[in-house]
Design a protein. Sequence first.
Length: 234
Amino acid sequence: MRTYLSPLGFDTSHIISLIVRWGIERGDRICLIRPEFGEDTRADRAIETVREMSQKISGDISVDVLRIDNRNIESMILALLDEIRASTPPFLPDGNLIVSLSGGPREVLVALTTATLILAPRIHQCAIFSDIEREIEIYKPPRLPFSIDERTLQILADIAAHGPTSISEIARRVQVSESTASRVCAKLASEELLHVQQEKRSKVVTLQFSGNVMLKAGEGCLPGSLESSSPQAR
């Protein structure tokens, strides 16, 4: 199943050019990214144009609109990470994702570019449409270095599922010593993936934006039980 993921403003040229380049058939999907806040009648007409075009090709092509919170860049990136993960293996075993980094509001494009770089190994191809040449260029997104051990991922997943939570509770659930949990959390806090705060006699740990991103990027290295238990990992 091929999925086209693209921002959308009032111009559909970048989407139509991409589909002409790669083709589309029954069972494929187009996901158009729009801001959640702010009305745009021209964009609404553009959505209908894409839907009409897809229906002329096949009634089994789905056109979805993903509305993301354009008031918050972190929220946008996390929502787009979820969409990329949901459109590719292992979540969608036969998923083949093509991302268009053209069109739409600038803040949406920035968020999509960031999410694409984070999850580059999952993405089949990227495309950029030139407003000057009116041509589309296809390329493979660069893979950024990523290294994190399984125990750290387990702790991140546990905090995502149960946070805010204490060091002792993390240690109990992940089945490591309290000193190990404390050491890992201190390291993650120093890298701004977690926030650790002393409350009375215990330290309370909260997942931060970077920790959420790291957890989504490292998903696939986690044991299945931990992946499915974390609402942030979905």
